[in-house]
Design a protein around this ligand. Structure first.
Ligand code: ADP
Ligand code: MG
Length: 264
């Protein structure tokens, strides 16, 4: 796959002041998080990237792909556009059955159909508690199933080298599994997130404040170790949620999280 890089050239925050961070470069293989309180401009930054902003958005940022600004036809031609954005609100307009939807996309992308469709469903089903059935209509899928299928579709059939994910943690997908699976692909993944695990498993995080990129924090060794402990807490939480959902009783013994089976 072609090697892509994204360079974000800083613009201006909501208060009209220049952003503290004036340049961030993302390379293939990078997992990057965008963090900050609600309303601080995370979605705006990810949308700037998606639209290849060129000083023409409220932030006046410039996005360079491989060091160059992009022309509009790249945005509107899916075969040229290297970016896939998955938001919390992405909905399917299509009521095609899942299989046909994936098949149509695979045809357009000219990938090996059967294999890619199988891998996409398999990937999606590792991310959701309730498996996606290939004969169900796209419009019948739950929020979690929809997000899981969109991520899998962007990674495998779309084969997008740059994948932007806006707050997927609220969509009811298995985050531990998602990060584990995504790490196997050499792409640029950008997560807008409030999840400490996703942030700490990233190579670095962009901290937003008042519509501006305030600083960039590289995950250090101590944070990586802490991330492992948070992972256990998170798995424990998922385990307890699973027990509650299946009508079980929670006991003190369940909190011995070293022997927790995290399959949900
Ligand atoms: N750099 C900026 N310049 C002007 N307006 C901005 C800027 N960044 C964000 N905004 C505005 O602030 C509001 C909240 O931003 P948003 O990106 O939705 O925040 P978040 O996703 O962090 O909750 C939006 O109305 C957005 O248009
Ligand atoms: Mg947002």
């Amino acid at each position: 796959m072609k090697e892509y890089s994204i360079t974000i050239l800083g613009g201006f925050g909501r208060d009209g002041l220049k952003e503290s961070v004036d340049r961030v470069k993302l390379r293939m293989g990078d997992i990057v998080s965008i963090v900050g309180p609600t309303g601080c401009g995370k979605t705006t930054l990810i949308k700037d990237i998606e639209m290849f902003a060129n000083g023409n958005t409220p932030s006046r940022r410039v996005i360079l792909i491989d060091g160059k600004p992009q022309s509009e036809d790249v945005i509107f031609d899916p075969s040229k556009n290297p970016i896939a954005l998955i938001t919390q609100h992405t909905n399917f307009l299509s009521d095609l059955p899942v299989y046909e939807f994936l098949y149509t996309h695979a045809m357009i992308r000219q990938t090996k159909n059967e294999e890619a469709i199988h891998d996409t469903l398999d990937f999606a089903n590792q991310l959701t508690g309730e498996p996606v059935i290939q004969d169900s209509a796209m419009t019948e899928l739950s929020g979690g199933q929809t997000r899981a299928l969109l991520i899998a579709d962007a990674v495998i059939i779309g084969n997008s080298p740059i994948i932007l994910l806006d707050e997927i943690e609220n969509a009811g997908i298995h985050r531990t599994k998602a990060l584990e699976l995504l790490r196997k692909y050499r792409k640029i993944f950008v997560f807008v997130t409030h999840d400490p695990r996703i942030a700490l498993l990233s190579d670095f995080r962009i901290v937003m404040k008042c519509g501006a990129m305030q600083k960039v924090i590289y995950t250090n060794d101590e944070e990586k170790e802490v991330a492992e402990k948070i992972k256990k807490l998170d798995d424990l939480y998922a385990y307890c949620r699973g027990k509650i959902r299946s009508g079980d009783i929670i006991t003190e013994n369940d909190l011995k999280f070293d022997n927790v089976d995290v399959s949900i």
